[in-house]
Design a protein around this ligand. Structure first.
Ligand SMILES: Nc1ncnc2c1ncn2[C@@H]1O[C@H](COP(=O)(O)OP(=O)(O)OP(=O)(O)O)[C@@H](O)[C@H]1O
Length: 299
């Protein structure tokens, strides 16, 4: 399907590559994926996998070296994309001398669409006064103000680069709930990079996993859950796993435990469990690390 027939995508990339210096290594390499609209996407990957780079490309702060990326079918950084997409980066650039009210006024002036009530609600829920100076806020409070700026835009696509890193657990829960409400009520597409997998399990319905700058997984979260099995059985049953994808396996004495992506029914006398999404993601992240170590040893 192409053109008008294509289902609307929140994020789409083909042959996307980026490196920070002309002769440096590739932070992203030959990435192709489609994230449908209306999803809450977990963007996961080990440190240095390329998550921030991808979000910066999607937000129009960087330009691809190869291939292309589209946000809501628009070129990142163009006026059309800027009006419809909000990006919250880790450094959250805010003016420390501005009050919170000044900051929201700036949001109102810079954006063609602006919902003051929505922005103020995010700030108020954090018990932050509109007269407080941004420079005097804690990092977590500043995150909330930055999120208020992003949500005040009423974006159709919200890109969040590890937004929760400096928030306490109660506030993390509140912010996640606010994001879920935003997505449910307005159909906002959200792409959220994070290392906190249990949080993602409860909120995300699409998974985009990067591994050393390449796309490892771009899939529906329920499909991932349903197709993986945690198998425990005798080690000599290992041969029955041929034809399935063994993501991780561990042998202790005569017992084998394997997390498998099953292609159809698995033969053999296995004890079978359905793993959580978190367990599936951890296994894939572990597998990525194990392969890297093996490749380094072979080099
Ligand atoms: N400003 C930069 N200059 C040069 N290289 C960079 C720069 N920022 C990132 N990189 C490199 O690009 C690669 C991808 O980094 P990126 O920050 O996108 O990964 P990440 O998945 O967000 O990592 P983390 O989970 O640690 O935040 C890494 O190899 C990193 O060293």
């Amino acid at each position: 399907m192409t053109g008008a027939d294509a289902p609307a995508a929140a994020l789409r990339a083909t042959g996307l590559g980026f490196r920070y210096r002309a002769r440096g290594g590739w932070a992203l390499r030959d990435c192709g994926f489609t994230v449908p609209r209306g999803r809450i996407t977990a963007l996961v990957g080990r440190n240095g996998a390329g998550k921030s780079t991808l979000l910066h490309l999607a937000g129009g702060l960087l330009r691809p070296r190869t291939g292309e990326i589209r946000v809501l079918d628009a070129v990142p950084g163009t006026p059309e994309a800027r009006a419809r997409v909000a990006l919250l980066t880790q450094d959250k650039p805010l003016y420390p001398r501005f009050t919170v009210a000044d900051t929201l006024l700036m949001g109102r002036r810079l954006n063609t669409v602006w919902d003051q009530a929505a922005a103020e609600a995010v700030v108020r829920e954090g018990r932050i006064g509109l007269g407080a100076h941004v420079g005097e806020l804690s990092p977590g409070q500043r995150t909330r103000v930055a999120l208020a700026l992003a949500l005040g835009k009423r974006p159709e696509l919200l890109l969040l680069d590890e937004p929760m890193a400096d928030l306490d657990p109660v506030v993390r829960g509140e912010i996640m709930a606010a994001l879920m409400t935003e997505a449910a009520e307005r159909g906002t597409s959200i792409v959220l990079s994070s290392h906190v997998l249990p949080e993602l399990e409860q909120t995300c319905d699409w998974v985009l996993m990067l591994r050393e700058g390449r796309v490892e997984i771009s899939e529906d979260a329920d499909t991932l859950r349903e197709e993986h099995r945690l198998l425990t059985g005798r080690a000599d049953l290992r041969g029955s796993l041929d034809g399935h994808t063994v993501v991780t396996e561990r042998t202790a004495g005569r017992q084998l435990t394997a997390l498998v992506r099953a292609r159809g029914p698995v033969d053999g006398d296995w004890h079978v469990e359905r793993p959580s999404l978190e367990a599936v993601l951890v296994a894939h992240l572990q597998a990525a690390g194990a392969t890297t170590a093996a490749e380094e040893a072979a080099a």
